[in-house]
Design a protein around this ligand. Structure first.
Ligand code: SF4
Ligand code: SF4
Ligand code: SF4
Length: 286
């Protein structure tokens, strides 16, 4: 199978896209970073390995890329974001050329002990073979292993009383410094003006206060409910180490168990939030 450099070269030579979003080596040892390539002359520095952690789909909705045909290197979990963006009419399928990555998992982090473990999202992945792609590329399998510690924590939170759960999240959200890295990394946080930035009226306090932190994190979780595709970029980039995946994964589980819906799997299926069904359960809002 062709490697990422020859595939990227083919994209430009055959005029399949105007730009290509991929990965290149970062200056720090063992890291990669996103890169935008604009011609066949620039493809030689592209890389693809288990350190390619970023979900590049977040760049598809950026203003500077609108109106362009964009090629993108995307693992199955990243493709879920692309599918969701198409389903939510944010991008058009014909404007994106997907180089799908056959993937056996990425590292949990760039450095420390976590760089030797597989990311938790990879342990129960159902899209190791891309479910939407124009062509595919193999990423080498580095035999990463690890345990899903978050699954145990989700069970523990489920067994708590509402008051205990509230206290748990209050303690976690107190660490938030309102940097909004979670929002910037999220492929589905694409509002041109976020509610957190609105000042007339100000819905969410901008300084990192207890009340404002709670409001911000809960508002974001609800805006992502039934939409989050579980790429875990928000948690990975959070400098405060807040376990946001506990919240997001629980929302994904509820969407599946209560409504039989999994976001990012089909661009043609009606979206959960945008669809009303008389048979929808209502017990949870009583
Ligand atoms: S979640 Fe799946 S597609 Fe995404 S990096 Fe892990 S194994 Fe690969
Ligand atoms: S909320 Fe987090 S896990 Fe969900 S799509 Fe956004 S970045 Fe990915
Ligand atoms: S990335 Fe973490 S610290 Fe920054 S705003 Fe999001 S939750 Fe708060």
């Amino acid at each position: 199978m062709a490697d990422i450099i020859s595939i990227a070269r083919g994209v430009f030579e055959n005029k399949k896209a105007d730009i290509l979003i991929g990965y290149t080596k970062a200056t720090s040892e063992g890291r990669t970073r996103p890169v935008i390539v604009r011609s066949a002359d620039e493809v030689q520095n592209l890389v693809l390995n288990s350190s390619c952690l970023n979900n590049l789909a977040t760049y598809l909705t950026r203003k500077e890329n609108k109106g362009k045909k964009v090629a993108i290197v995307a693992k199955g979990c990243d493709i879920k974001s692309i599918v969701q963006l198409i389903a939510e009419s944010q991008i058009k399928r014909e404007n994106v050329y997907i180089i799908g990555v056959k993937c056996n998992g990425v590292k949990r982090s760039f450095e420390g002990e976590d760089s030797k473990k597989i990311a938790e999202k990879c342990l129960n992945c159902n899209v190791r073979t891309p479910h939407l792609a124009d062509e595919t590329v193999d990423m080498s399998d580095e035999g990463l292993t690890g345990k899903d510690e978050k699954a145990e924590l989700i069970e523990k939170l489920d067994s708590m009383s509402a008051e205990e759960r509230f206290a748990f999240w209050e303690e976690q959200f107190e660490k938030c410094i309102k940097c909004y890295a979670c929002r910037q990394a999220c492929p589905l946080c694409y509002c041109e003006r976020c509610i957190a930035d609105k000042s007339m009226p100000r819905w969410v306090e901008s300084s990192p206060t207890k009340r404002g932190n709670f409001a911000w994190n809960i508002v974001r979780a609800f805006h992502l409910s039934g939409r989050c595709i579980g790429c875990n970029e928000c948690e990975r980039v959070c400098p405060a180490g807040i376990p946001l995946s506990l919240l997001n994964r629980k929302m994904v589980m509820v969407a599946k168990s209560e409504f039989g819906y999994e976001s990012g799997m089909s661009a043609d299926a009606p979206t959960l939030i945008g669809t009303y069904d008389l048979k929808d359960k209502e017990e949870f809002i009583k």
